[in-house]
Design a binder for this molecule. Structure first.
Ligand SMILES: [Mg+2]
Length: 250
């Protein structure tokens, strides 16, 4: 499987670090507050945010504003977009995104962020084999997360949310973020792999023409693996240690 792969791009949240659960919990606090303040007219849409299904479907892998707008739309709520400087609240899409950000930062400081041991083992094995590695993330927090988890030195390149904004890269499922990462590694996408846990992320890998798209399903639920395959993953694993095959170890 790794024979023709000359570089690997790893998504950050949920693939390298266990921070996806912190993001999901912060989104839940912000969205549920919003749903209390703006009760959907359609009673079938009056459901709280589901940290597994709604997170995967509407916000995972997207920029904060895209994710907030996407979930609110799913509940029939059309809030004004607001302004990037809006204070945390529930009156505009930007305020809801800021609300999530405030809670995420509080929880990040309270609890440690760790790298998944299986991911670290794969990263080290690929490095030993001389494969250039990049971390990519729609989040501006990616460098801090990777540093806190102690894995930042394992990567040759990092494209985070701040870089994406600076370069005006569209968000996933557009492959721009991943293509920028492989460009920095000096390897064409057709000879590189993408490792992703978000539906929008595996879709981006497929659209970008990557040699291999690996989906990571941490949910242990019945549906996520099939959804990752439908959205463009070539294979799905529960943990990246499953990819420590003989050809990567040798
Ligand atoms: Mg992710």
């Amino acid at each position: 499987m790794w024979r023709d792969v000359r570089a690997v791009v790893f998504d950050t949240d949920g693939v390298i670090t266990d921070s996806a659960r912190v993001h999901a919990a912060a989104w839940k606090a912000a969205f549920d507050a919003c749903l209390r303040d703006h009760v959907p007219a359609d009673s079938r849409l009056r459901r709280p945010f589901d940290i597994r299904d709604d997170y995967l479907r509407y916000v995972d892998g997207k920029s904060r504003l895209d994710g907030a707008a996407s979930f609110l739309d799913s509940r029939g709520l059309t809030l004004p977009p607001g302004h990037p400087d809006d204070r945390p609240g529930t009156g505009t899409v930007a305020a809801v995104a800021a609300y999530k950000e405030r809670i995420f930062m509080e929880r990040l400081r309270e609890g440690g962020i760790e790298a998944y041991p299986g991911t670290v083992r794969l990263l080290e094995a690929l490095r030993e084999r001389g494969v250039p590695l990049a971390a990519a993330s729609a989040s501006r927090h990616a460098p801090e997360l990777l540093a806190r988890a102690g894995v930042l030195p394992l990567f040759d390149a990092l494209v985070d949310g701040a870089e994406a904004a600076r370069l005006h890269l569209p968000g996933k499922p557009d492959p721009a973020l991943f293509l920028e990462a492989t460009r920095r590694l000096g390897v064409p996408a057709g000879q590189a792999a993408v490792v992703e846990d978000a539906l929008a992320g595996v879709e981006a890998g497929g659209r970008g023409g990557f040699r291999l798209v690996v989906g990571v399903d941490r949910t242990a639920g019945p549906d996520t693996g099939a959804a990752l395959l439908r959205h463009g993953a070539d294979i799905v694993v529960r943990d990246l240690s499953e990819l420590l095959t003989e050809d990567v170890k040798e």
